[in-house]
Write a protein that binds this ligand. Structure first.
Ligand code: ZN
Length: 417
């Protein structure tokens, strides 16, 4: 046994020759035990540059990454033999698209994570993690609306006692259906307060990122989408970060939804199971991940949200460009984010369902937890609502709007399309 340079990565590796018994006679082959690539056998290392069908430095790099990732799976007892066939298979598996790269990155992290919050060092600098959400999907069905605006008593009754909540709604062609849901296990955040409109904004953004084929999102990217994607360098403050993770924890609550009637009444979904148990937002949080030279956290999407699946079946999704959330002159506090998300959804809903084009301030206050706010806070919130209206007007979503008064105080905004 000697020490040689690893022909794949160039590090000092243990090396020796051995005789392989093959059908057409014995052959002299080599094995390497490299600190980076692990244990592998190779027909003739001097031939390595020629066994790749596409011989480039990059290919050698990919093979090195592959061997490093799978190191624990091949040792001297279970060696991997790098025939030209195997080498070319590895190269063919190299992710080419951004989504594939993220997928690979997440598989890699998953593979290397021993426990929640484990440090995972991502050495593959070539995997860029860049999620930019440009289109927002928001769920406009009664089931989702009910879930995100449950009164505290009903919420805790479901979460703690398993009481099921019935939702009556009218779906396509006036069919009436009833579904039921129960909140199952939730973390500490779930116990602190019911789900609200801010949680829903976070939920919409994550669903939209997943729908755009991103397998995960960083908190910074999530926040950028929440505020209209304006500044590429927007970084989360510790407070904003805490608010987002608090929401995510609540969104990881397990929900059981019985939507058998949806399946019955929407023929296309006859074959779907009538009951789903899953996290409201099926995701997991990977902490301390080193990506592109920076330690970050990744929110990895495990599956599509059951609520999104059902809303899609009912054809109750609304979409709009993220840039619509980029409203001038607004600080992006959780309250502003909440009001923006709610008001824009309401306007789109009015357009989609040809509803009475009036939004009362009281309705916005109720959904944005401002009913008990003092008159100065309500005045500020009214100003935000009117700024949103101006923004929607300048973007051509609405033609005009006017505020109405009732008994001498501001009552509603009436919109013309
Ligand atoms: Zn090596």
């Amino acid at each position: 046994m000697t020490t040689e340079k690893c022909p794949i990565c160039g590090k000092e590796a243990k090396h020796d020759w051995f005789e392989r018994n093959a059908e057409d006679g014995n052959r002299l082959e080599e094995w390497f035990d490299c600190p980076h690539c692990g244990f592998y056998e190779i027909p003739k290392s001097s031939m390595l540059p020629y066994v790749f069908s596409d011989k480039t430095e990059q290919n050698t790099y990919y093979v090195s990454c592959y061997l490093n990732e799978t190191k624990s799976e091949h040792d001297s007892n279970n060696p991997i033999r790098l025939s030209s066939e195997v080498l070319n298979t590895i190269v063919r598996q190299v992710p080419k698209t951004v989504e594939d790269k993220i997928e690979r990155l997440l598989q890699y992290i998953n593979h290397r994570t021993r426990f929640f919050g484990d440090d995972v060092e991502v050495q593959m600098e070539k995997f860029h993690f860049n999620t930019r959400v440009t289109k927002l999907i928001t769920l406009n069905d009664k089931l989702t609306k009910t879930l995100f605006s449950l009164p505290a008593d009903e919420y805790y009754d479901s979460l703690q006692n398993g009481t099921s909540i019935a939702v009556n709604e009218t779906v396509s062609r006036g069919k009436k259906i009833q579904s039921h849901f129960t909140l199952k296990s939730g973390g500490f955040a779930a116990l602190r307060r019911p789900l609200n409109e801010f949680d829903r904004a976070v939920f919409d953004t994550c669903n939209s990122a997943r729908a755009a084929n991103f397998r995960g999102i960083t908190p910074d990217s999530l926040f950028r989408a929440l505020v209209g994607g304006k500044n590429k360098n927007t970084r989360l403050s510790p407070d904003q970060s805490a608010t987002i993770f608090d929401s995510l924890e609540r969104l990881m609550t397990v929900i059981e939804i019985d939507f058998s009637q949806t399946c019955e009444k929407i023929p296309k979904y006859n074959s779907a199971p009538g009951k789903i148990t899953a996290q409201i937002l099926p995701c997991q949080i990977l902490e301390n991940v080193l990506v592109n030279g920076q330690i970050t956290t990744i929110i990895e999407f495990i599956d599509e949200s059951p609520l999104l699946k059902i809303a899609r079946a009912k054809k109750q999704l609304l979409t709009y460009p993220v840039s619509l959330l980029n409203i001038p002159k607004q600080n992006n506090t959780p309250l502003v984010i909440t009001i923006k998300s709610y008001v824009i959804r309401r306007v789109l809903e009015i357009i989609a369902h040809n509803m009475t084009p009036t939004i009362t301030f009281a309705d916005v206050f109720k959904h944005c937890e401002l009913s008990d706010a003092n008159r100065f806070q309500q005045r500020d919130a009214r100003k935000i609502i009117l700024d949103i209206m101006k923004h929607l007007q300048s973007n051509g979503i609405i033609k005009s709007f006017e505020t109405t008064k009732k008994d001498g105080s501001y009552y509603s905004v009436t919109i013309t399309f």
